[in-house]
Design a protein around this ligand. Structure first.
Ligand code: KIV
Length: 269
């Protein structure tokens, strides 16, 4: 008899935090990769708007559209049996007003059948978060380096190093918890601040470039697999060199085809 797979829910993630068990998260943008990631036992798969960079080749996350996010999310959801699938609301699809935020979040949930959405920002999008949550849609927050605001920041350097910005981040993290978000990504902030914020919240924090004191960690899958080698920030640990593995495979294939060695008799009908 096949044992039933217990799905990860937002409640289970909170229990992970209570038990002190770290939460492992990765991004994915398509069916095949999500299937592999899910069967390895990851708890959360983020269909990140980093798809704009690693799937579409844009310099920033800004150009990706709601339709494109839905396309990526649909494939991911079809590949997943256990993980919680969270989808980024893309730039410009929620910041205008709370009605727009709700409409985008509902479209993403309905058309992709994902389990939650993620939104970048704190007090400045409070109404939007409140409205999405009021429809029963779980929301993950995202503070620190928020790539959708890259043109405001000017650079991808560490955020909240100065006390004024750190204080704002603390109060935004508290606000997200009070509003009812089920978790918050902390991106590229000092490890000490991330640890302090994590200890002050009952909802899990998921770090990227935020040190070891977060309740979980996330990486962009193309970066950690070494598919995208143009991006090498200090926080990134590479778990494979797939660019090398793939390059060798492609070169072997090319040389087999050129030599008339592929396909052989066994590979023919
Ligand atoms: O879009 C993304 O991949 C993200 C993660 C880096 C957290 O937001």
């Amino acid at each position: 008899m096949q044992s039933e797979i217990k799905r990860i829910t937002t409640h289970i993630l909170r229990e992970f935090k209570q038990k002190g068990e770290k939460i492992a998260c990765l991004t994915s943008y398509d069916f095949s990769m999500a299937k592999l990631v899910d069967s390895a036992g990851i708890e959360v798969i983020l269909v990140g708007d980093s798809a704009s960079n690693v799937m579409a080749g844009h310099e920033t996350t800004l150009p990706i559209t709601v339709d494109q996010m839905i396309y990526h999310a649909q494939g991911v959801v079809r590949g997943v049996k256990r993980a919680l699938v969270v989808v980024d609301l893309p730039f410009g699809s929620y910041q205008g007003n709370s009605t727009e935020a709700l409409r985008t979040a509902v479209r993403i949930m309905k058309e992709s059948e994902a389990h939650a959405v993620k939104m970048e920002g704190g007090v400045e999008i409070e109404d939007c978060i409140r409205r999405v949550l009021s429809a029963g849609i779980p929301v993950m927050g995202h503070l620190g380096l928020t790539p959708q605001s890259i043109y405001k920041f000017g650079t991808y350097t560490v955020r909240a190093k100065e006390e004024q910005e750190a204080a704002l981040l603390r109060s935004n993290a508290r606000l997200l918890e009070d509003l009812g978000c089920f978790g918050v990504v902390l991106e590229k902030i000092p490890a000490r601040l991330a640890r302090e914020v994590s200890a002050s919240l009952t909802i899990p924090t998921i770090g990227i470039g935020a040190g070891n004191g977060c309740d979980g960690q996330i990486l962009v899958i193309h970066d950690m697999l070494g598919i995208n080698k143009d991006f090498s920030p200090r926080f990134l640990r590479r778990y494979a060199d797939l660019a090398e593995v793939m390059n060798t495979a492609f070169m072997n294939y090319i040389s087999d085809v050129k030599a008339g060695d592929f396909p052989n008799e066994k590979e023919s009908y």
